[in-house]
Design a protein around this ligand. Structure first.
Ligand SMILES: [Zn+2]
Ligand SMILES: [Zn+2]
Length: 282
């Protein structure tokens, strides 16, 4: 089975620690043919306004992390490993853009100035708030929160430039991890349908993020949403481990690809120079 992990983080992500070379070795050991390095480029973090920092040519991005992120070092490192592993492992230059719709100019400038193969658009932070990762869910109505999250995903689809939408059920992962609760997805079906149509019309896709499986949880999204996406004409779909450590690279990618087949997909998607191509799921 041809395997590709399209969501991974290296030492260049604020929350990663793994050297690019270790990631490539882990990818080969896991039997991957391709790996996309998708380090966080947070265009917006929801930090208070005082936190805004002028990032020169990128403008006010309000992101300390982006400011201290060594974009040149990442580009150099990627070139090195691409060369070193040529013929053994395809290494793609990716990025996980956080909330690109909040500062479209900064996102556009970043994308213009950086040659990328693949871009994930993700929502981690909503207005003025911390990453959903930090929520304790004590005083939060999870259904209300997820409706609101979907609004943010819509907004990103309409305004942001990306290839696939990251972890579309992100808040549900942390709801489960903090409280053990899951959410009835029925009330969200219509809204998800519209989101999927909106993405498909624009030639964009979603990812199947399998990171939850390493923690005894579930994928983002799960099988019913994958089926719904397929029903809505969705074809562009990548599979990613969201590994922040080498040990998770390639983890559950095969299971993810099998899930896609179960959901009715015949292909999964890989990218180069932001152009999709389709690999049969056989
Ligand atoms: Zn993410
Ligand atoms: Zn990620």
């Amino acid at each position: 089975m041809y395997k590709a992990d399209y969501h991974t983080h290296s030492v260049f992500s604020f929350d990663g620690s793994e050297e690019l070379r270790n990631m490539c070795e882990a990818a080969i050991a896991a039997g991957l043919s391709e790996i996309a390095i998708t380090d966080h480029v947070d265009i917006y973090t929801g930090m208070p306004a005082g936190y805004l920092i002028n990032f020169g040519e990128y403008g006010d991005v309000g992101v300390k992390k982006l400011l201290i992120m060594d974009l040149q070092g990442l580009a150099r490192g990627l070139e090195e490993v691409r060369e070193e592993y040529r013929g053994r492992l395809k290494v793609l230059r990716g990025a996980e853009l956080g909330q690109p719709q909040v500062n479209r100019e900064a996102a556009r400038d970043y994308l213009r100035s950086t040659q990328l193969d693949f871009v994930i658009g993700s929502v981690h932070n909503m207005e003025g708030d911390r990453d959903v990762y930090y929520y304790d869910f004590k005083d939060i109505d999870p259904a209300k929160l997820y409706f609101h999250y979907l609004d943010w995903l819509f907004d990103m689809t309409l305004q942001g430039d990306f290839d696939v939408m990251g972890h579309i059920t992100y808040p549900l992962r942390y709801l489960y991890e903090r409280t053990g609760k899951t959410l009835d997805m029925k009330p969200f079906e219509e809204k998800l349908r519209s989101l999927f149509r909106c993405l498909t019309e624009r030639g964009r896709g979603i990812e199947l993020n399998v990171s939850g499986l390493s923690k005894g949880g579930f994928t983002m999204p799960e099988l019913p949403e994958l089926k719904l996406y397929r029903e809505c004409g969705g074809e562009v779909i990548t599979v990613g481990s969201d590994a922040h450590k080498a040990q998770y690279i390639g983890a559950f990618i095969e299971e993810g690809q099998e899930m896609l087949r179960a959901a009715g997909f015949k292909y999964f998607t890989v990218f180069e120079n932001r152009q999709p191509s389709f690999i049969p799921l056989d």
